[in-house]
Ligand binder design. Sequence first.
Ligand code: NA7
Length: 540
Amino acid sequence: MANEAEHYDAVIIGAGVSGMYALHHLREMGLSARVYDGASDVGGTWWYNRYPGARVDGPGSPFYCYTFSEELMQEWDWEETQSEQSAVLAYIEHVADKFDLRRDIQFETWVKDARYDEVTQRWTVETSKGQRASARFLICAVGALSTTNKPDIPGINDFAGETYHTGQWPHEPVSFKGKRVAVIGTGSSGIQAIPEIAKEADHVTVLQRTPQYAFPAANRALTPEERAEARDNWEAIKAKMLANTGGFPHEMQERSALDDSPEEREALYEELWQRGSFKFFLDLYSDIATSEEANDSLAEFVRGKIREIVKDPEVAAKLMPDHFVICKRPILEDGYFEAYNRDNVTLVDLHEDPIERFSETSIVTRSGEHPIDMLVLATGFDAISGSMLRLNPKGRGDVSLKERWTDRFHNYLGLTIRGFPNLFMIHGPGSPGVFYNMPLGAERQMGWIGDFMRHLSKHGYGTAEPTAESEEAWGNEVTGLASFTLFPRTDSWWTGANVPGKPRYFSVYLGGSIYYERLAGVAAGDYPGFDFEKAREAGA
Ligand code: NA7
């Protein structure tokens, strides 16, 4: 017999940066919530991605953080500009301690089933521990980069050596000493991990499907002045973050690359390259992602750098990217291209020498067998939509999300889905998600969700879900914004091109600050675009 269900105002799925804030916010609203997470502790992506070299590869510390508590901001000390994974996780654990979050989080627990009941107007979830919980609201903070993408290669499960995915790295130390290691994947994770593995391993074979542009991470210690500046001017900095399109305290450039001569462009790229860090992209010309000519000028600059750094011209030729630069997730590196100058690193270009199969002791490509002791899969994620589809909630009429999201990830405001009343996503498709400072984005999206919940209660509504028209219009707005850029024309995990069979389109809302203005406008207009249903007593 099924267990008696526990009742909450909200069930939150995921105890990463978004789910933690959702819990805090609901508590502040006086609502009860239960959080479930498959991991053993808080942190989500930062709990799982502990591969060697894992670091923040966005605009970095001290602004990749929550902003809701000034006290939290003031008391936490970031040491480096590109904090390593353990430092980010230490911060997240500190937040969990400070706000006593863990008492409402159940770890090592997967939500196996989430189902909407039209009679009670409530969601019921069933967990891997055999529990049932019922809640009026279901908040999916399942992560944009949490469902790993594993290649389906003949014999991969027959390989008898150690096998690790960067996105599910073990908590015990992994030793590469004396080992022959194969790394599949040269995205952000592979590019961070390869130089670190190469320092220790006997040999590293890198299997590359797409060569990548990568830019100097230029990680360094934050100076005492920088730390003091962030603390002393917090209010002004926060205002800048809210105004910036990516949620970071920077002013973007407005100049076109085509306003400058080739020499002037080269000089700017060189200056930015020497300075490094994510600021490279923030201080670039405004049209790198919209004009083919502007884009090509930067692409050629980076290709020149790769030629300069990599000593063997044949290896350098294999490393030459030819897609639109920065239109696949921009990568920050530390010693990646230099790693190919080492005797113990070999590059296999999978276009000319594809993987055929694995044996118990080797990886076999068309040109022959590579004996290996360890396989590292740096093959990324079924990003943005993958974790929602893995959860696969069942909405009205028992229709599952997999049935609704066959051709596109239909949603309204990136937060709600028709047929799934009172279900909210944080950083879902259709929101700025990974194009925005994730902790700040989580706060802003959850803030809107909280206000919407209040609106429902105030008007005696039991449920809300978007209309078909508002979903369609939102989808058109998302793709319309992207159509002015080169992003949809580039294969990437942003367009779903990395996962076979996935709908292929650019599902991120570009222009984060416009997005938050749109959300504010919807709230100010009393939430147009939704169908509301009066609360039935049993479910209210
Ligand atoms: P990414 O950026 O998706 O990189 C995954 C890499 O793995 C990329 O080079 C892929 O090639 C490659 N890949 C994926 N599947 C295969 C198969 N089947 N065969 C060979 N190679 C494959 O994931 P990351 O973990 O590096 O980074 C994710 C984000 O985390 C990152 O952008 C930051 O925001 C943090 P492809 O380019 O698809 O041809």
